[in-house]
Design a protein around this ligand. Structure first.
Ligand SMILES: Nc1ncnc2c1ncn2[C@@H]1O[C@H](COP(=O)(O)OP(=O)(O)OP(=O)(O)O)[C@@H](O)[C@H]1O
Ligand SMILES: [Mg+2]
Length: 332
């Protein structure tokens, strides 16, 4: 099967002397109907990964190596005009703050109908009917009436549903969702996650689900890529990675999974902080925080290895889980 999204050895740099690697050898894929979670601390490169797929790297970042394929076709080399057509039709995006995706001066109906007609030529009546159907699909009750409302008249969770309806208007095959629930009330987060999972299943849409929240990953993702300092530390099926995390960084994250909605920040519980781009250590980027680090980890960068269904970039991936129990939560 051709992956829907296939990122190979992607390298994104911040120019300078020397240039700094924001993403370094990132390889991951998303299949149709699959949710790939991308998780990692602030600054790990999650959003840059999503932006690279969308062709929306912000200046001065630039892709200097690697390939990004959508349904087998390279999209990282497409001219901007073609990329723009792809965005919002085949590849849609949902971001953290629904307000940035919505225009405050137009009703939700006007925005939906316009987007629908941009993507498939149809009359107003047909587009109106389609807008109603989309709002219903994303769980907005009384969609006929809600079409005439302005974005500010919706609650945060309902607004994010509208954004997802807008994303669906172009019949996308891939959705890049960057922290889609982070700005939402905790009780609403699970509903939006359930909506994304439902869409992936019912429409066969692939989702790249970016989040800093392992609880969201546990709830929604089929596979997960753990990013650390612009590198993939571990990638594999969620059940496997959460149950038997092999990278010490993943073990730290998983050791502190909050229940979804508990509103607990997980990541700061690993002692230390991710290094700055200009201060990456030699060898494994995680070594200064890793209880298993030895001389080799400080000198040599671990190449990702396949262990069962999981790919992991760690020399100590076979270490017994109890060895990693040294990575403790400060409050444990
Ligand atoms: N336009 C830019 N110019 C310079 N540096 C950038 C730019 N965009 C991102 N970076 C840097 O690239 C790194 C990765 O950023 P990115 O936004 O992908 O992190 P993230 O994993 O999404 O973090 P968060 O959880 O905070 O959203 C960070 O060090 C960030 O400072
Ligand atoms: Mg981000």
């Amino acid at each position: 099967m051709t992956a829907l999204l296939d990122i190979r050895a992607l390298r994104v740099e911040l120019p300078g002397s020397p240039p700094l690697a924001v993403l370094d050898d990132v390889t991951l894929s998303v299949n149709p109907g699959e949710i790939l979670g991308v998780v990692g601390e602030s600054g790990a490169g999650k959003s840059v990964t999503g932006a690279a797929v969308l062709g929306l790297l912000t200046s001065p970042l630039r892709q200097v190596a690697g390939e990004i394929r959508f349904d087998g076709t390279r999209i990282d080399i497409l001219p901007e005009a073609r990329m723009r057509r792809l965005r919002g039709s085949e590849i849609a995006m949902v971001f953290q703050d629904p307000l940035t995706a919505l225009n405050p001066v137009f009703t939700v109906g006007q925005q939906l109908i316009q987007t629908i007609r941009e993507h498939s030529p149809m009359g107003r009546t047909a587009a109106h009917a389609r807008a109603v159907a989309l709002l219903r699909e994303v769980g907005i009750s009384d969609p006929e009436a809600r079409l005439d409302a302005y974005p500010h008249e919706f609650s945060g969770g309902m607004r994010q549903r509208v954004v997802i309806a807008l994303a669906l208007a172009g019949e996308p095959r891939l959705i890049i969702a960057d922290e889609p629930t982070t700005a939402l009330d905790v009780s609403i987060q699970a509903q939006i996650i359930a909506l994304l999972v439902g869409l992936a299943r019912s429409r066969g849409v692939g989702v790249l689900l970016i989040t800093h929240d392992m609880g969201v990953i546990a709830e929604a993702a089929d596979r997960v890529a753990v990013l650390y300092a612009g590198r993939v530390a571990e990638i594999g099926p969620v059940a496997e990675v959460l149950l038997h995390p092999r990278h010490p960084y993943t073990r730290g994250l998983v050791g502190a999974i909050p229940r979804i909605g508990a509103g607990l920040e997980v990541l700061p519980q690993i002692p230390g902080a991710m290094p700055r781009l200009d201060a990456l250590p030699e060898g494994c980027a995680f070594n200064p925080r890793c209880p298993l680090a030895d001389a080799r980890c400080r000198a040599e960068r671990p190449v990702p290895r396949l262990l069962g269904a999981v790919q992991v970039a760690c020399f100590h991936a076979e270490a017994r889980q109890t060895d990693a129990a040294q990575i403790e939560r400060p409050d444990a």
